[in-house]
Ligand binder design. Structure first.
Ligand SMILES: Cc1cc2nc3c(=O)[nH]c(=O)nc-3n(C[C@H](O)[C@H](O)[C@H](O)COP(=O)(O)OP(=O)(O)OC[C@H]3O[C@@H](n4cnc5c(N)ncnc54)[C@H](O)[C@@H]3O)c2cc1C
Length: 317
């Protein structure tokens, strides 16, 4: 039931007619305000500062947009990511910028994507030279067709000594193998359950199967081998059972607070994020900004059937 609801919302996220209607409707502004920091780089950066000052929570900035095939929009997106890196560096925060390959050119040309990603990662390295913190270009993971290209892009930049990180999804059957390789590389990996849909050959379908795979992946991410390789685990979920499990495995295998982190989404159960930060855990929120907010917001609605009320309110008010 939950996966059917999620799949319907994924469909809505890809509908350009729906996107245009929702993003131009005044009635939906409460949805935008719930999940998005604001339209500009400054709004995103200010929210990041406020989170750190009030709650000790770090941020990953994300200029929204996905599956972009308009060259002008791709250029604007790349510029916004550069601006976000600078704005964050000026405020002496982590230069932690999230990026979807399909928003920086992958739909048009993989070479172009690599060029943009390379420049961004070099810029982050330059800006971060004299500053402490967890600085990186974090690759988000999109649908199953993007798994191989995204991993290849991450590995190419990592091999050049650039500060990059990778997202892997527990719903994909291949992820255990992908994670093992990243452990050997001593990477920074963000584990998520997965906000996309794929058939049973490629992906686990049930919530319990996905949770079971998440726990197995956490065991690997916090293994003694991972620690000895310099691997950095990032557990990105609002699922408190998985938080508890990760902390348990971490302690059992000798990981201290600050050698890994938890990451959550702006506007989703921020109480949990605050509680973890109060316990001394390193916590980060994914802070989206920009005008193209509908696909991001409707995926969040899809993650919890109880959010149907939010969607109904925005459609009929
Ligand atoms: C930092 C971050 C980055 C991400 N990046 C990617 C990515 O690159 N690729 C990708 O495919 N997916 C990504 N995701 C999304 C992820 O795959 C899940 O779809 C999402 O996090 C929901 O699963 P969960 O494990 O958090 O919570 P669930 O198991 O769905 O739920 C756990 C608890 O949190 C509550 N909850 C969860 N989501 C919501 C919500 N939207 N509103 C209200 N309550 C909620 C549930 O009700 C429940 O109590 C990312 C998630 C995070 C946190």
């Amino acid at each position: 039931m939950r996966r059917i609801w999620q799949a319907s919302m994924i469909g809505l996220a890809r509908s350009s007619a729906m996107k245009s209607f929702m993003q131009n409707s005044r009635a939906t502004s409460f949805l935008r305000n719930k999940y998005v920091a604001g339209e500009t780089v400054t709004a995103g950066a200010e929210r990041a500062v406020a989170l750190l000052e009030k709650n000790g929570i770090r941020s990953s900035l994300f200029f929204m947009g996905e599956y972009v095939d308009d060259p002008a929009l791709i250029a604007e997106t790349v510029q916004q990511k550069h601006d976000a890196a600078e704005a964050i560096a000026q405020r002496q925060l982590d230069i932690h910028i999230s990026v979807d390959p399909t928003q920086i050119g992958y739909v048009i040309s993989p070479q172009q994507t690599q060029g943009h990603a390379l420049k961004l990662a070099k810029e982050i390295k330059r800006l971060a030279e004299e500053s402490q913190g967890i600085h990186c270009l974090m690759f988000d993971m999109e649908d199953a067709s993007l798994n191989d290209p995204t991993i290849a892009l991450h590995n190419t930049l990592q091999d050049q000594g650039l500060p990059v990180a990778l997202t892997l999804q527990a719903y994909m059957r291949r992820t255990m193998e992908d994670m093992e390789k990243q452990v050997q590389r001593g990477s920074r990996v963000r584990l998520v359950k997965g906000a996309f849909a794929a058939g049973p050959k490629l992906a686990f379908q049930g919530t319990n199967e996905i949770k079971h795979n998440s726990r197995q992946l956490i065991e690997l991410m916090f293994s003694k081998t991972a620690k000895s390789k310099g691997f950095y685990p990032i557990i990105a979920t609002h699922d408190t059972n998985l938080h508890d499990f990760a902390i348990l495995v971490a302690r059992k295998n000798g990981w201290s607070k600050g050698e890994y982190e938890f990451e959550m989404l702006l506007g989703v159960r921020e109480d949990i994020a605050r509680n973890l930060a109060l316990q001394g855990e390193r916590v980060r929120l994914y802070v989206p900004f920009g005008r193209d907010w509908w696909p991001h917001a409707v995926r969040r609605i899809g993650e919890n059937p109880r959010n149907a009320v939010l969607l109904t309110r925005s459609l009929f008010s």
